[in-house]
Design a protein around this ligand. Structure first.
Ligand code: GLC
Length: 613
């Protein structure tokens, strides 16, 4: 069967569902639907043979992404290596870091002064000239594939930049272009929306609408005023944006990150987040990829409260996103560090581990965005942690205002009305490495390692934030940059410190110690299938509220991890006597274990083998 026939077969398999979903959303607009189907065919015709071959390969090994050998990193092309060519030249460094999944932060055309770090796209098919060209991106993808590295790229689908040709035409009065956005003649309807729609950036970009002086119209802008929300109720928007997505997939991307997906459907009278139509759209995109580029995964950026996240996986029969950010675990981990109380993390992980169907999470400690405190507040209120004061405590702790805290973060979008500030800072600075002196350095390093060990223990794909492997600290230079100064997320988006990375093999340096310690953990992870994303995982009670315990099992391999979230030493009962300490390679027969401040254990044994107790 030819490639085209195979694609046609996939199309036939999905056709009825696709038509049903599309017609439901767009009131039986068959003309638009037929355009959509032809667009899928066209996109497949443009797909290179090598990518079609990759499709076939992954179709027969579904679940390749569950491997314990996968390790991710996210980075900004300019901060890391200046250009795409620079990234290509520095792939050996990334390989030395063990990275085989690389998330390149937004790199498409944008206007610098109004770019939101690249999340305001002016052209979905052109690379920002300072970073390189589309050919450079394709070449990078090819070289990466040869080295076994997968690439992830953002697809900013909720909005375009006001510099996108559609936006320019809309501003100039073109009615067709205007129908792609939300344009209003007066404030009546925008004011109604404002009654129910919360604000994404209450301080840095207040309000959800922007008045356009030159044409006297009002346009919907949930994020920054220069990011105009697309109107997905117009089928032309879905058709063209899906074609843009497939264009990027056809450049050799393995994972497409669906930026801000919960926001893409708007309805007056609602909060305009996570509406049912968003799930229909996510399912349509999943089907489009399953037909045109079945090797490609969709990563949903769903930074929402816990119960809103998992529905974006869809169901096993009708999947939506293949992978989601484990945002609740991320912020709960930081909460746990500041409270030295693992109860909430325990409960949260129990819920994650209990999700059916092996959903794939992207685990992370830090990313390019702020940390929002999306904790299970109703649950922790039983311990007296009420939402507003607790957020204030966490922010005080992580900005170093709380007595005894060595953390050095900055607030983000502090909204004094709601007491709802979020937080920025690099992992190392939040762990205390920036402020540490003398013996405190040891403590901060241990804390940083322990959090990374937990990251590598969770179920899913661990993604490091570039620079964290060498303990990179906050970069305050954004304070002097008028284009960035208002946005404290730039605190942790500094230039990659190659001078410090050069010390990574010198174990007398902080960088060397951290780099080597993390490599050791990553290598162990890659060697043990108990770390596979589809291994079974559970939480157990260690007898201490300071110490988190995780069991994992895959086949005959049994693994136990312990993490001490406090600065003090604790002695607990050994939950896995007779197992091997993976870090030292020695068998641990003792009935008790001593965990130093921020200490952790990785213990493994094979069930049924001689080393079982
Ligand atoms: C996502 C990005 C964030 C950006 C926003 C608007 O949340 O992660 O950095 O500001 O979308 O596109």
């Amino acid at each position: 069967m030819s490639d085209i026939e195979k694609m046609e077969q996939r199309l036939q398999t999905c056709y009825d569902e696709l038509k049903w979903l599309y017609c439901e959303l767009y009131h039986n607009d068959m003309h638009a639907f037929e355009y959509f189907i032809e667009m899928l065919r066209r996109s497949y015709r443009e797909r290179r043979p090598s990518l079609r071959a990759l499709d076939e390969k992954r179709l027969v090994e579904p679940g390749w992404y569950y491997s314990n050998k996968l390790l991710g990193m996210m980075l900004y092309v300019d901060a890391f290596a200046g250009t795409l060519k620079g990234v290509q030249e520095n792939l050996p460094y990334l390989q030395e870091c063990g990275v085989n999944y690389l998330h390149l932060m937004p790199l498409l055309k944008t206007v610098r002064e109004r770019s939101d770090g690249g999340y305001a796209v002016a052209d979905f098919r052109t690379v920002q000239p300072e970073l390189g060209t589309m050919e450079d991106l394709e070449e990078l993808a090819e070289v990466c594939h040869k080295k076994g590295i997968s690439l992830c790229l953002d697809f900013v689908m909720n909005h375009t930049s006001e510099d996108h040709p559609w936006a320019k035409a809309a501003r100039a009065g073109d009615p067709v272009a205007r129908s792609r956005y939300f344009f209003f003649d007066d404030w009546e309807i925008p004011n109604l929306y404002e009654q129910t729609v919360p604000q994404v950036f209450p301080t840095t970009a207040p309000g959800n609408f922007t008045y356009l002086d030159d044409c006297g119209k009002i346009v919907m802008t949930f994020f920054y005023p220069y990011q105009w929300d697309l109107n997905y109720a117009n089928p032309m928007v879905l058709n063209d944006m899906t074609e843009n997505l497939l264009f990027l997939a056809n450049r050799g991307m393995d994972v497409i990150r669906l930026d801000a997906i919960p926001y893409i459907w708007k309805q007056l009278g609602t909060d305009c987040r996570n509406l049912p139509q968003v799930h229909t759209l996510a399912r349509i995109l999943n089907l489009a990829c399953a037909i045109v580029c079945p090797s490609v995964l969709l990563l949903g950026e769903v930074v929402m409260e816990p119960q809103k996240v998992a529905p974006y996986f869809g169901t096993p029969e009708k999947p939506e996103c293949h992978m989601l950010y484990n945002v609740t675990t991320m912020c709960t981990t930081w909460h746990t560090l500041a409270t030295r109380d693992v109860r909430l993390l325990r409960r949260q992980l129990e819920q994650v581990f209990a999700l059916p169907g092996n959903p794939l999470f992207q685990n992370y400690l830090r990313c390019h965005d702020d940390i929002g405190w999306g904790l299970d507040f109703p649950w922790i209120s039983q311990f007296g942690n009420l939402e507003v004061p607790h957020k204030r405590y966490l922010n005080d702790w992580f900005t170093g205002r709380w007595p005894g805290s060595l953390s050095r973060g900055e607030l983000y979008n502090d909204d004094p009305r709601l007491g709802d500030a979020r937080l920025c800072g690099t992992t190392a600075s939040l762990c205390g490495l920036e402020a540490a002196e003398g013996g405190e350095v040891e403590k901060a390093l241990q804390c940083d390692c322990m959090l990374h060990a937990l990251l590598l223990t969770l179920s899913g794909l661990p993604v490091l934030y570039s620079g964290d492997e060498i303990g990179q600290l906050n970069d305050y230079s954004y304070h002097d940059d008028p284009e960035k100064r208002e946005d404290s997320r730039y605190l942790h988006r500094g230039r990659f410190r190659w001078d410090l990375a050069a010390l990574r093999l010198d174990e007398k340096t902080v960088q060397g110690r951290l780099f080597q310690a993390l490599r050791h953990l990553e290598i162990l992870r890659a060697e043990h299938e108990a770390f596979r994303a589809d291994a079974s995982a559970s939480i157990f009670d260690t007898g201490s509220e300071k110490i988190l315990g995780i069991h994992r099992q895959f086949g005959e391999e049994w693994f136990t991890a312990l993490f001490n979230f406090s600065e003090e030493k604790w002695t607990i009962e050994n939950p896995a006597a007779g197992a091997f300490d993976l870090l030292t390679g020695k068998r641990v027969l003792r009935k008790t274990l001593v965990l130093g401040g921020y200490g952790f254990f990785w213990l493994a044994k094979k069930i049924g083998s001689r080393n079982e107790q």
